[in-house]
Design a protein. Sequence first.
Length: 509
Amino acid sequence: MVSRCTTIAFQGINAVPVDVQVMVGPGKMGMQIVGLADKAVSEARERVQSAIHASGLAMPPKRITVNLAPADLPKEGSHYDLPIALALMAALGALPGDALEDYVVMGELALDGTVAPVAGALPAAIGANALGKGLICPAASGSEAAWADPDMDVLAPRSLIAMANHFKGTTPLPRPDAKVQEQSNQSGDLSDIRGQETAKRALEVAAAGGHNLVLVGPPGSGKSMLASRLPSILPPLSPKELLEVSMIASIAGTIADGKLSSARPFRAPHHSASMAAMVGGGVRARPGEVSLAHNGVLFLDEFPEFSPQVLDSLRQPLETGETVIARANHRVSYPSRMQLIAAMNPCRCGMAGEPGHTCRRGERCAQDYQARISGPLMDRIDLRVEVPAVSASDLIRPHKAEASAEVAARVARARMIQAKRYGAIGEPTMTNASASNTHIERFAVPDAAGRELLEEAANAMAFSARGFHRILKVARTLADLDGSEQVGRVQLAEAISYRMAGERLAVAA
Ligand SMILES: Nc1ncnc2c1ncn2[C@@H]1O[C@H](COP(=O)(O)OP(=O)(O)OP(=O)(O)O)[C@@H](O)[C@H]1O
Ligand SMILES: [Mg+2]
């Protein structure tokens, strides 16, 4: 007799249904798994047999064949243990024959029959819901899965025995609650930073429109400090964004205790990060830092210290908002629409351009250091800001700076205007930075004086076509911050100045 149940395989963040068929038949005692299973799936054999034995069931002295269909879809990971074990229990009569019909099953088994947590419970639950089924998943992943749909049936057993007792009706399992992570504001406040008004303004603009930003300055001027305050002014995720972010976090297995958080992602990988860590991939396809930063911020401190290949691999996600990983047998793609914030010193010794300083290696010091960032990557950065050193006397003087909460309120207002604008064309999560060129040309029409300035600047500075659109995008954000409908000369001038700072830097180098 063949007994069946449904589980899933992940392709990117999508769950594809997989049919688990278990046949107990005559032949030499043992268990065999077929259906393009990787090493972790093949090892399910040992875990399943041990867990069934530990749960007080005797393995029959027969041949057990497990088939994972469709046979041409690669199966990766350890979440196939539980579906195989439950289908086998149904075949052995330990579960009612039709018990598993209405569920998608996922989970890893320990040798003693407890169900261990696995990554991907949220996309699995969403996939199950789309199939019109409930989900059986590990106890630790239950509250994450419960987010998929409040009306959906979610069973989160601790062990095989708990599962059997549920179906027998002796101890029914309660539905797990969808839990939220409490917001903790440990990133510090913007008011801690003395001076640096230009950089703070640029940070506000970046937060308001989702623009990429690079901070350039000597050691100890507060670049890392500025970037670390960014989360305190970013607006929380909208429900749609929250779901997208959590799906990726779930696949990567980074959701703690099944609690989702509405805080915008802020990822700060170290500069030794490898290509696989940054864009994803590896032996088992996993989302990288660019995808984990989806709808949030990717902060690269000591920007030129990252390997040039790793930096250039950011070009595709920065442009398209998606990372595609091609593997030998299939392709996966992860959403990666993030905002890049980078911090760097102007040269290797860190002091180029400071009054009274000459680098020991002369002009080459800054030239060589900045050449590590390729032109096309720099072209994708809309806001380039110099962060000069602050003197000790600046720090000693009493100061009164705006708190993060006030800035956050302005940012939230500007984001609201954008949500309304792009919502009207069916793209509520779009920001000025992620808007397409056609959209931005439609929504950021400069007035006559603005157009004149733009023409002059374009002639003098020879913008790339991308540069032109990016200036319009920043100017649109500045107008949104001002609450103004039209993009005027003032906003365009400020937008151009942010781009020029970079050009000046390149010329100085
Ligand atoms: N503008 C500022 N206001 C108050 N404190 C500051 C300021 N700038 C720097 N500091 C102090 O100096 C320390 C170092 O700053 P930070 O790490 O941000 O420098 P950095 O520009 O990132 O330097 P590096 O180039 O070496 O990475 C901070 O922890 C803070 O105590
Ligand atoms: Mg730093």
